[in-house]
Design a protein. Structure first.
Length: 143
């Protein structure tokens, strides 16, 4: 059974535990998983209704940091491959919807409308690819 307890940052740290700040999804996921597998309690640190991190056994935190460092190149390569595939699919859809669009304009639409961490329409997972491409072109023409 998983034991997760919510605590305030001002509460004392349990003996043998350390703090893992929120932010790196890989570390958070693996820290949570390994703590549950070890049968130890996991403390979720919440401040003003927002999660700020986890308190987990020090040994597990060190293990997770080592794994993250070791697997970073592989994870980055996988992300780049996935992003390249997404851009390729978007380029194919753009070519099918707008076959007479000049090449430099296509590149501009793809580079601008599908930029990572931008909050732009091309990055959303809520719309179909055809709709994302159409909205990216409309935004490009508008601006």
């Amino acid at each position: 059974m998983t034991c997760e307890l919510t605590v305030h940052p001002g509460m004392p740290m349990p003996k043998g535990y350390g703090f893992l700040p929120k932010g790196i999804r890989y570390k958070t996921l693996h820290c949570r998983k390994l703590t549950h597998e070890a049968g130890k309690p996991l403390y979720i640190v919440v401040d003003k209704k927002k999660q700020v991190g986890l308190r987990a056994p020090n040994s597990i935190i060190h293990q997770v940091h080592a794994q993250a460092k070791q697997t970073l190149p592989t994870r980055r390569a996988a992300t780049e491959k996935r992003d390249a595939a997404d851009i390729t699919k978007a380029a194919a859809e753009l070519a099918s919807q707008f076959p007479r669009m000049p090449t430099n304009e296509k590149e501009t639409v793809l580079k601008h409308g599908f930029r990572k961490h931008s909050g732009r329409v091309g990055r959303t997972s809520l719309l179909l690819l055809s709709r994302k491409v159409l909205l990216a072109v409309i935004a490009h023409v508008r601006h």
